[in-house]
Design a protein around this ligand. Structure first.
Ligand SMILES: Nc1ncnc2c1ncn2[C@@H]1O[C@H](COP(=O)(O)OS(=O)(=O)O)[C@@H](OP(=O)(O)O)[C@H]1O
Ligand SMILES: [Mg+2]
Length: 437
């Protein structure tokens, strides 16, 4: 399912990174161009930004032997009586692979000041958005519709077309059109069809608009977060492309593309030897000179660590998105010793599924409503890899009630096993009333 990994030259030489700071994307943006960007939300806060010139200069080019790209995919296809989702899974992996390429190109262009696709824009809620968000949404929408022509394809996704359709949006729309066509022309590399002729602005706006389903308890719909962790993306750091399929309110498959998540050496995966309850895999991302090859898939499992002393917990980077002080209190009370691993996006979910961390916690401010696209793909991948994920009251996350995770009790807790999960939910109950959330 889906996390895809970019192996830097450093990781190729040294194996899996030993410390949280090493999880940061290998591409750093220079401070000056970022500071001039319009969106304050895109500006760095705690993350060191200025790239040592050596890092930027020595970043491996796509296609060199140093650059292996990986993704993991998982899916709820093991359940009894369920239908076969292999076609949907295959299409979803191919589509996310294509989307990863678009994102990598746009993230690279963010390194180039004032380049067309390299600018960061602001949404009404002041969160950042780039050509990649609209570009991915357009190609995923177009490709899914093309692959399932005899079905009505329904998609719930994060972006709308308002900014692009506005009178100020023409230049931006041109950049999206160029990025989308540049990616779709390579669709055959992923076993997908390219459009017969280049898509025009109208086609692309239509594809973006098509993702306007609002989900619900019945029927089938895809859920897309085109660039999850946009803040990480614009900072040259971690992000994920997240695609899931929901049927009658249940997530039945998910794919996460995580192009900047470094690969660990295959030898170190031998510690993760428990049998998951389903199936989750990771596989190489196709780089510029490659072709999708299914034989490279590997099954993934959660970690076997159940002692809090040895466990690693991860959480959002921004304290505005999850209370760091509350999770620090929980960590202390259950005996977690390690520093939290703060990583942008659903890469955190991939990390739990792959056994790189044992716990994920998110406690948003009161009143914030979690969206289904921020969790659907990651949740099913964790479950299929053998992990447990619920709200803080121990109930499954409910994807059947529209675009929000309605009824979510306090926060989200994912663990590699039931024992750790039980301890954390117990600690939440013990400390909730005295918290200020
Ligand atoms: N106030 C608030 N509280 C909680 N969550 C929020 C909030 N605002 C936004 N979001 C959603 O969080 C998504 C980013 O999650 P991350 O785990 O990447 O957060 S962080 O950037 O590492 O802090 C982010 O997803 P993207 O917009 O796709 O990046 C948002 O959907
Ligand atoms: Mg998101």
């Amino acid at each position: 399912m889906g996390c895809s990994l970019r192996l830097s030259a450093w990781a190729a030489a040294g194996g899996f990174p030993p410390s949280p700071s090493d999880w940061r994307g290998r591409r750093r943006l220079h401070r000056a161009p970022l500071a001039r960007r319009r969106c304050s939300a895109g500006a760095p806060s705690s993350t060191p930004l200025a790239a040592p010139p050596s890092l930027v200069a020595s970043r491996p080019r796509a296609g060199t032997e140093h650059e292996w790209l990986w993704d993991c995919r998982g899916g709820g296809i093991g359940g009894g009586g369920r239908r076969d989702y292999s076609k949907e899974m295959e299409v979803a992996v191919r589509v996310v692979q294509a989307a990863c390429t678009l994102c990598q190109r746009v993230q690279d262009s963010l390194l180039v000041p004032y380049s067309g696709s390299g600018s960061v824009h602001c949404k009404l809620d002041r969160s950042p958005v780039t050509v990649a968000d609209w570009g991915v949404q357009a190609i995923v929408s177009w490709l899914l519709s093309d692959c399932f022509q005899d079905e009505h394809v329904s998609i719930v996704a994060e972006e709308d077309d308002q900014t692009l359709s506005s009178s100020n949006g023409a230049a931006l729309l041109d950049s999206v059109v160029a990025a989308v066509n540049g990616c779709l022309i390579e669709a055959p590399k992923y076993g997908l069809r390219s459009p017969e002729k280049e898509l025009g602005a109208h086609d692309i706006l239509q594809a973006i608009r098509k993702c306007s389903s609002t989900g619900g308890p019945k029927g089938r719909f895809w859920v897309l977060d085109p660039v999850d962790g946009t803040l990480g993306f614009v900072r040259g750091d971690q992000y994920a492309i997240a695609l899931a399929l929901i049927e009658d309110g249940e997530v039945v498959l998910g794919v996460l593309g995580c192009p900047n998540y470094p690969m660990k050496r295959s030898g170190s995966t031998t510690t993760n030897d428990i049998t998951g309850c389903g199936q989750a895999w990771m596989q190489p991302l196709v780089h510029d000179f490659g072709k999708l090859n299914w034989r490279n898939s590997r099954e993934i499992h959660v970690s076997t660590v159940s002692d809090p002393v040895s466990a690693t917990f991860c959480e959002p980077v921004e304290k505005a998105n999850s209370s760091h002080s509350f999770t620090a209190g929980l960590a202390h009370s259950v005996g977690l010793r390690k520093q939290p691993l703060r990583v942008y996006s659903m890469v955190k979910y991939a990390a739990i599924a792959r056994g790189d961390a044992e716990i994920f916690m998110k406690f948003a401010k009161a009143g914030y409503k979690e969206k289904i696209w921020d969790h659907a793909a990651g949740v099913v991948i964790i479950q299929e890899a053998g992990g447990v994920i619920t709200d803080a009251g121990g109930r499954p996350l409910d994807f059947s009630r529209g675009v929000f995770l309605e009824g979510l009790d306090r926060g989200i807790i994912a663990c590699s096993g039931a024992l750790l999960h039980h301890r954390i939910t117990g600690a939440v109950d013990a400390s909730w009333n005295s918290s200020t959330l």
